[in-house]
Design a protein around this ligand. Structure first.
Ligand code: NAD
Length: 478
């Protein structure tokens, strides 16, 4: 559940306040900020579906925050607490995220008020299809204008159902696959999309730890190896982030917080085993590889190096911000730290790597998938064998010139043409690094800005303002 009762403002108002703070810090025109903050459209639909012999009426939203670039892009959330304010806040975050990561999309977000665990797969398919029809018939699902992706409570499965619904409505649309991203790979998806957001969290942390002067701000040192990490939410984002950080960076996942409590193991949890247990039992209670703590929210306050909130918004709020002991917070979820908590944590010197950067991996790879769908060709198809041939020629030339036979592993590495997954990972890594380079550059140029979130917002607002200026909607930027 959102913790709105603990805050003096809603999620959307909190995001708006972050824009105001960045506007003030960078000396940008407040009128421009007003225009940027406003959502461009919100569709609310109610639709009946026959479930188990009765009729149930479902409520869903699609919020379009910006259309300066099209399509407007955003995740589709299936959860009982979904509401219009949340959907609007998340669509605004998408605008800022896409601008920061240089993804040429507007920001949008969808939500369906539903507890997916209460329905069978067949029922969920029926409900999802109805929702997709409602969106498509009103022009809010289309490869050119509004393109959803997975978010909390949805996955490649739901995206496949949505794509199929769109196809049945518009079979003549040659770009029909591009109406949604995050599809299964054999249904027009792209390798690396499922894990993209979690992978992006790992890449963001790796990038942060490449810069000792930035790492010093959090009081941490060296690289990720051995860092004690607490993860909240072992879903798509949290699971992949934790898994990659443990397996590839030798970080220690000392606690995992789920809905029903947390499991703790100072020696490091086996992330895969916890996930398997969670899938089988619906919670972490009873998992034998760690000790169980019933009050998950208390474990957020546990002593650790890095806290990765990857469940939902407003988890770190005005009441617990004082007690957070992590030195570094990497925001896998959208809006996990409220505006008020952000102010408290900044005063306390806790470093936050903001959501608009850290979880941008999902929309980045969605962008790759969308362009792949429009080109109707997988990445690398034209040049892979050509690259292999060139690699073989390089390797042979080297061997001839040095009169030495190359070790077979080295030769294989030089000769290998990039797979589509290699290209996706490379593009994702590049995007995460470039965004952090922009953030650091903004901090250098604006010494009055002290934190990464404000810097990220300044970049995003400037880009949006420039784009609106090009359309004649706002005064010149600067
Ligand atoms: P998900 O549904 O796959 O996983 C969410 C996990 O959090 C689940 O395991 C759930 O049991 C757990 N959870 C829910 N409430 C909790 C609570 N109160 N305490 C502890 N755990 C709780 O969702 P996801 O796709 O991983 O999304 C998680 C967050 O990341 C959301 O804020 C989402 O908007 C954001 N995000 C997701 C993507 C993506 O590609 N999926 C991209 C960017 C941002």
């Amino acid at each position: 559940m959102s913790n709105l009762h603990r805050e003096s403002m809603s999620f959307r108002e909190g995001v708006d306040r972050m824009v105001d703070r960045a506007t003030l810090a960078a000396g940008l025109d407040p009128n421009t900020a007003q225009i940027i903050k406003a959502s461009s459209a919100v569709l609310q639909v109610r639709f009946p579906v026959r479930v188990r012999g009765g009729i149930e009426v479902f409520t869903g939203w699609w919020s379009v925050h910006s259309t300066h670039r099209l399509p407007a892009k955003g995740g589709l959330r299936f959860a009982p607490h979904v509401n219009q304010d949340e959907t609007e806040a998340l669509s605004a975050l998408m605008s800022y995220k896409c601008a920061l990561a240089d993804i040429p999309f507007g920001g949008a977000k969808g939500g369906l008020m539903i507890d997916p665990s209460r329905y069978s797969v067949d029922e969920l398919r029926e409900i999802t299809r109805h929702f997709a029809q409602e969106l498509a018939r009103r022009g809010f699902l289309d490869p050119a204008t509004n393109v959803p992706a997975p978010d909390m409570g949805t996955s490649a499965r739901e995206m496949a159902w949505i794509a199929d619904t769109y196809k049945s409505l518009y079979p003549e649309d040659v770009n029909q696959d591009a109406c949604v991203t995050g599809k299964p790979v054999n249904r027009g998806g792209i390798p690396g999309r499922t894990e993209a957001t979690g992978k992006g969290v790992q890449l963001a942390l790796q990038e942060y730890f490449r810069h000792p002067e930035e790492v010093a701000k959090s009081g941490l040192n060296d690289g990720l190896t051995g860092k004690r990490i607490v993860v909240q939410g072992l879903g798509n984002v949290g699971y992949h982030a934790a898994k990659f950080l443990a397996e590839e960076d030798q970080a220690r996942i000392v606690a995992i917080i789920e809905r029903d409590g947390a499991v703790i193991n100072e020696a490091g949890l086996n992330v895969h085993d916890v996930r398997q247990y969670l899938a089988e039992h619906g919670g972490v209670k009873g998992f034998s590889g760690g000790s169980y703590q019933e009050h998950g929210s208390k474990v957020l306050e546990m002593d650790c190096d890095i806290l990765i909130p990857a469940a939902l918004e407003s988890q770190i709020h005005a009441e617990n911000a004082m007690h957070i002991q992590a030195r570094l917070i990497a925001e896998g979820a959208n809006g996990p730290v409220t505006y008020e908590a952000d102010e408290i944590l900044r005063r306390r010197g806790v470093v936050m790597l903001p959501d608009v950067w850290v979880n941008a991996g999902g929309v980045t790879v969605s962008y790759f998938e969308w362009t792949r769908n429009l080109s109707h060709m997988r990445f690398g198809r034209l040049q892979r064998r050509f690259d292999e041939l060139r690699g073989q020629n390089y390797a042979s030339a080297l061997e001839q010139m040095t009169d030495t036979e190359m070790p077979s592993r080295l030769r294989a590495e030089i000769v290998r043409g990039a797979s589509e997954l290699d290209l996706v990972r490379s593009g994702l890594d590049d995007t995460m690094r470039a965004a952090f380079a922009d953030i650091r550059d903004t901090l250098k140029r604006n010494p009055e800005i002290q934190d990464y979130r404000t810097a990220a917002y300044v970049i995003a607002i400037r880009k949006l303002a420039q784009s609106y200026h090009d359309l004649g909607l706002v005064e010149a930027v600067d």
